[in-house]
Structure formats: structure tokens, C-alpha cells
Write a protein that binds this ligand. Structure first.
Ligand SMILES: [Zn+2]
Length: 205
């Protein structure tokens, strides 16, 4: 089990996110390449390799409960969509590996690092665009050729996690890299508004 003490120099979100990604990279060092490089990453097999069991459970309120971690067991709502089950496993692994007192958004950042590898995003988006696109232009590319959907499918994540990662990795011109928390920020909602406005303007296909 890897343990990394948090560097307490400075406490900005940017430093925290950087440290979360360092912890995730250290965890992945213990995972064999054949579990790291099929995409989408087989997060359930990665969790098993790290010594965690996964239990899919039926819960009374699937909207309120996505998952939890208890005694090396990750409990995941079986009613959740596949992409949400995958992200939940990554998020709960964050609870297992991050420092004491970590925040929920930092677990989202941990899941992002595990499921949406930044180097692969940069090389893949380089084939789409040479420079970061404005968020509205990402919405337009989705409408015209499904560029966002292709990335969603490549990493096996939800649209919200993918847009958040694009922002964090510097692929969206109007987003300061490293600042999207996934929950609690309006990035994905703004993307959706752009998408729906463009779709409405162009009319139904
Ligand atoms: Zn959590």
C-alpha cells in the first residue's frame, strides 16, 4: 500500500489537484501495463489488483447513493449507469488512497486521473485540434461530428467527467487548467447550454 504525505506548502486547489494526480500515478505504478492500457481502462480489474473487492448492491435511493468504501470493499449501486459505476469505483479508490481530510472533489480528481489519462487526452485531442478550443467550439464539434462522444466512449466516462477533464488538462481555451471540480462547478452545464443553443439554431436533422 502506497502512502504519500501531503505537501502542505501552499493549499490552493491547483496544488491539491496536482498532488491527487501524483497519488494516482503512484497507485498506477503498482498496476501492470496490461490493466492500464486497454481503453476504457478496466477499473474493476484495477481495483481487484489493488486488493479491493467490488459489491454491486441494490439501494433504496439510487440518486442519492452511488457508492461507498468499507473494509477494502467498494459498494456500488447496481442501478447506476455503467459509466457512473466506473467513475464511482475510481472515486471510492480516492477515498482509500488520498490523505486524511481529503475533499469529495479530490476523489473526483482521483477518478479522473485513473480513468482519463492526461497524456492520452493530449495526444488524442491533438488529432482534433492544434490548440485548445473554446468550450462553445467543443459543443459545435460534438454537434457536427460527435467529437466529444468519441472521447466519452474512449474513456468510458460520463459527459460531465469528460468535459471537466478537458478543462483540467488545458484543452478548453476559456477554462483555467486544473480548476474544474466536476461537482459544484457550472462547466458541464455551460457546455450543455452551448450544445442545446447550437442544436436549436441549426434545427433538427
Ligand atoms: Zn466520496
Amino acid at each position: 500500500m502506497i502512502r504519500i504525505l501531503r505537501n502542505l506548502d501552499g493549499n490552493s486547489d491547483l496544488n491539491s489537484r496536482h498532488e491527487v494526480h501524483l497519488v494516482a500515478a503512484a497507485v498506477l505504478d503498482d498496476v501492470p501495463p496490461d490493466l492500464q492500457w486497454p481503453l476504457p481502462r478496466p477499473i474493476d480489474q484495477i481495483a481487484h489488483h489493488l486488493g479491493f473487492g467490488i459489491r454491486y448492491v441494490t439501494v433504496p435511493d439510487p440518486v442519492a447513493f452511488h457508492g461507498c468504501l468499507h473494509n477494502q470493499q467498494i459498494y456500488v449501486s447496481r442501478n447506476a449507469a455503467p459509466w457512473l459505476r466506473r467513475f464511482t469505483i475510481g472515486h471510492e479508490l480516492g477515498h482509500a488512497y488520498l490523505w486524511a481530510g481529503h475533499a469529495e472533489w479530490e476523489c473526483n480528481a482521483f477518478a479522473e486521473a485513473l480513468l482519463i489519462p492526461s497524456d492520452d487526452v493530449r495526444s488524442t485531442t491533438a488529432q482534433i485540434t492544434e490548440s485548445p478550443l473554446p468550450l462553445q467550439e467543443w459543443a459545435r464539434r460534438e454537434l457536427t461530428d460527435g467529437a466529444v462522444t468519441r472521447l466519452v466512449q474512449r474513456y468510458g466516462v460520463g459527459y460531465n467527467a469528460l468535459i471537466s477533464a478537458l478543462g483540467n488538462y488545458g484543452c478548453i481555451r476559456d477554462v483555467l487548467p486544473g480548476t474544474a471540480r466536476l461537482t459544484g462547478d457550472a462547466l458541464f452545464e455551460t457546455y450543455l447550454q452551448y450544445y442545446q443553443a447550437l442544436k436549436g439554431r441549426d434545427g433538427p436533422a
